[in-house]
Design a protein around this ligand. Structure first.
Ligand code: SF4
Ligand code: ZN
Ligand code: ZN
Length: 315
């Protein structure tokens, strides 16, 4: 690769497909962090006095998020970050990621707090999946549906036990474009509402299940940039894949969007903008929130998904 198109001094290591710019590690890191600062400005994410639970998975996205948030928190001042990892109990996958997450937190000078499915719900995800097989095939929920529902619940419990007022999640631009498209393809407009664009751009953070605000600092950073940033900043992270990921609908949507992006750069960004537009066009109207009749958590019907799954999975 040629020399950096920004500083014209160092060797370029990253090519931005959209702008056509080739950047050296320092200029790339600057651009990456600038996008997170922009998200912070647009969505008013970080405030002095915040106690933020940062959801860490051990992967590249959350590693990049924690690293940038830690820099920002020091700059803004009076912000406490608590990295939180939810251990679902996936043999052969999660332990490697926990090791990486611990290394990352040590490097950042923060203490990792781990919450496990086993302690919170009495069973690991592996056990839940075994129980699922006892249900008739048409009633068996997907592994990622079970995982997602209980992870969300685990984070809600983590946030309330830690007394945090915000929860930062490492959803990048690709994740959000995929989620938006998945909800459209499944005809689930209610889920799009709950994706939490709030009442327009200025409030585009979500009042989440945990009663704290859910913030997405990487909303403007594509997955490719998160991977490059983690690598170039030498952030400890794991690259192994969850054994259940092959079941995910998300995988199909990701492949589709990646191939479309190759032909038509900006496809993902356009989807993100469309989602933000829908949020803004609601003119401040919030979706009606229902409460689960069993646990009191947020629900779209009488029971929340976790309380619906529990008896089915014999929890
Ligand atoms: Fe959970 Fe599915 Fe992700 Fe595995 S791929 S960690 S099962 S959501
Ligand atoms: Zn440069
Ligand atoms: Zn419930």
């Amino acid at each position: 690769m040629a020399s950096c198109s920004k500083c014209n001094k160092n060797k370029a290591v990253f090519a931005d497909r959209q702008s056509g710019l080739a950047m050296c590690p320092a200029c790339f890191a600057q651009l990456f962090e600038k996008k997170v600062w922009k998200a912070n400005r647009d969505f008013q994410m970080l405030r002095r006095g915040d106690k933020i639970a940062v959801a860490i998975s051990g992967g590249k996205d959350s590693a990049a998020m924690l690293h940038v948030l830690n820099k920002m928190a020091k700059k803004i001042g009076k912000i406490q970050l608590i990295p939180v990892l939810v251990d679902e109990g996936i043999v052969g996958y999660r332990p490697t990621c926990i090791t990486a997450a611990k290394k990352l937190c040590k490097k950042e000078g923060l203490k990792l707090v781990v919450f496990t499915f086993k302690k919170l719900f009495g069973a690991t995800l592996d056990n839940m999946i075994k129980q699922r097989k006892k249900l008739p095939p048409s009633k068996q929920p997907g592994a990622c549906s079970i995982c997602g529902v209980f992870r969300k619940k685990a984070l809600a419990l983590a946030v309330s036990r830690l007394g945090a007022n915000k929860l930062a999640v490492g959803h990048n631009l690709d994740d959000l474009a995929q989620t938006f498209l998945m909800n459209l393809l499944r005809n689930e407009p209610a889920r799009i509402e709950r994706m939490g664009t709030g009442a327009g751009k200025a409030n585009a953070i979500e009042k989440g299940a945990e009663g704290a605000f859910r913030i997405r600092p990487l909303i403007y950073n594509p997955e490719r940039e998160c991977a490059a940033y983690s690598f170039l900043e030498a952030l400890p992270h794991c690259s192994s894949e969850c054994p259940y990921s092959t079941e995910a609908f998300r995988g199909d949507v990701r492949d589709f969007l990646n191939s479309l992006e190759e032909k038509r750069p900006s496809t993902k960004k356009n989807l993100l903008d469309a989602w933000l537009f829908f949020g803004a066009s609601r003119n401040g109207k919030k979706p009606v929130e229902k409460k689960c009749s069993k646990c009191g958590g947020p629900a779209s019907s009488n029971l929340c998904k976790a309380c619906e799954f529990m008896p089915q999975l014999k929890l």
